[in-house]
Design a protein around this ligand. Structure first.
Ligand SMILES: [Zn+2]
Length: 181
């Protein structure tokens, strides 16, 4: 259970009542910060996020230059954290619109990738191949730039998860020959 102790070492106060938390075994015998005042137990889980691969018939994908941490000013896929009222697909569709101006739907799941996060310790990213249904490519409020770039000529991409989803799409294309879209 050492891993849990280490993971929770910076969790000191109850988010509900503000009392000091103490590490205590939960019913599954795992150490968790527990509030003796109000009964709240704190669980640290990977934070879920969605990322979009948008590709055109010239084998170009949409990348955005990030405006905000983590990794500001670096290139990445359009992506974002999943809100409490969303599922992975709706987040992908919303982030695509917000960051690139493009309307889209989910064409295919590209699986998931668990990654270290400097902010949240661990993020679990869900990748989606998206189909463009409308809109016009332009950087949204939380992207500094948005553009199509040839798959074989990409700049450095910020996150291992995004590189993983791009590789999956490259494999898919090489199996299909070329895409007709
Ligand atoms: Zn409390």
């Amino acid at each position: 259970m050492e891993i849990f102790k280490k993971s929770y070492q910076d969790i000191n106060y109850c988010i509900r009542c503000g009392a000091v938390l103490t590490l205590k075994k939960d019913p599954e015998n795992k150490m968790r910060p527990h509030c003796n005042n109000c009964g709240w137990t704190y669980y640290k889980n990977p934070i879920p996020a969605s990322a979009c691969v948008i590709i055109n018939n010239k084998s170009e994908i949409v990348i955005i230059k990030r405006k905000f941490p983590p990794n500001p000013n670096e290139w990445a896929l359009p992506s974002g954290y999943i809100e409490i009222n969303q599922d992975p697909e709706t987040t992908a569709i919303e982030e695509m619109k917000e960051e690139t101006g493009l309307d889209g739907t989910v064409e295919e799941s590209l699986g998931y990738y668990t990654d270290f996060s400097p902010i949240y310790e661990k993020v679990i990213s869900f990748g989606f191949l998206m189909k463009v249904t409308g809109g016009k490519l332009q950087a949204g409020d939380d992207a500094a730039e948005a553009r199509y770039v040839k798959l074989d000529n990409l700049p450095d991409i910020a996150f291992p998860s995004h590189r993983f989803f791009i590789e999956k799409v490259k494999e898919k294309i090489s199996h299909e020959g070329h895409r007709q879209r």
